[in-house]
Design a binder for this molecule. Structure first.
Ligand SMILES: [Cu+2]
Length: 146
């Protein structure tokens, strides 16, 4: 399907009464999602790899989970030898590319985590185009995956 036809098709869908244009971002998948759980009163980092097989960049703009009071987009950086992290508003996944959310880089931060080691938690990743990618993340303790 070419771009004009795709736009026409999406427009037709959006015009149908009561049918919201949601669903997963086309061509975007998540792999190896996991959470490092420490203690209930400490934020838990969530990590995964995003693969974008589409022709356009996929811009991650938000995340949520019932296991977290907030699931924030974070970036770690080295500031003169000290590791810092800050909130970011967007994480781009390049067209036909992958992006690893990892320790020391982009990651998700789960505030007030409600989970147990060995379990799984559901996450929802929200993209700029209004699509949402649901996935499950495996919960590990401080040492992470084996
Ligand atoms: Cu963080």
């Amino acid at each position: 399907m070419n771009k004009a036809r795709l736009a026409l098709w999406l427009g037709t869908l959006a015009a149908l009464p009561g049918l919201a244009l949601a669903g997963a971002p086309p061509g975007v998948t998540a792999q190896h999602a996991w959470v490092r759980y420490l203690l209930p009163n400490l934020p838990a980092g969530a990590y995964l790899t995003l693969t974008n097989n589409s022709d356009t960049p996929a811009i991650l703009t938000g995340a949520s989970s019932p296991a977290c009071s907030m699931l924030m987009l974070h970036q770690s950086m080295d500031e003169s030898g000290t590791s810092m992290m800050m909130g970011v508003s967007a994480i781009p996944v390049p067209a036909h590319g992958t992006l690893a959310l990892s320790q020391g880089g982009y990651h998700l931060m789960c505030m007030d985590p409600k989970m147990r080691v060995g379990g799984q938690i559901p996450l929802a990743l929200e993209f700029q185009d209004g699509t949402t990618l649901p996935l499950n993340a495996q919960v590990y303790g401080p040492s992470g995956p084996p």
